[in-house]
Design a protein around this ligand. Structure first.
Ligand SMILES: [Zn+2]
Length: 103
């Protein structure tokens, strides 16, 4: 998957459009990611030992990878991702804006 855990992303669709956040979890099978501070939804929960209280809590829900763009760690621009193979055969991601290897 193009987006991975700990990437910084810019949301380009949905109610959080324009916001930035860090990817906390990636779900490659579903092509979804959980981004810090993005896509809060209300959830009804039961009281559990570790949870403070029952009731309605707000927490992030995963969004689709196509709803975000990667923020390049090198040039700091929202960018599309390309792939390149290194000499040792390793596949790395490259920034289409600045051409730098992101991995
Ligand atoms: Zn870049």
């Amino acid at each position: 998957m193009k987006i991975r855990k700990n990437d910084n992303v810019l949301v380009i669709a949905g109610k959080d459009k324009g916001k930035k956040g860090k990817v906390r979890f990636a779900y490659p099978k579903d092509e979804r990611i959980l981004v810090e501070g993005i896509n809060f939804v209300k959830r009804h929960t039961k009281a559990m030992r570790q949870v403070r209280q029952a009731g309605i809590i707000e927490r992030e829900a995963p969004i689709h990878v196509s709803d975000v763009m990667l923020l390049c760690s090198k040039c700091n621009h929202p960018t599309r991702i390309g792939f390149r193979f290194l000499e040792d055969g390793k596949k790395v991601r490259i920034c289409r804006a600045c051409g730098e290897v992101i991995d």
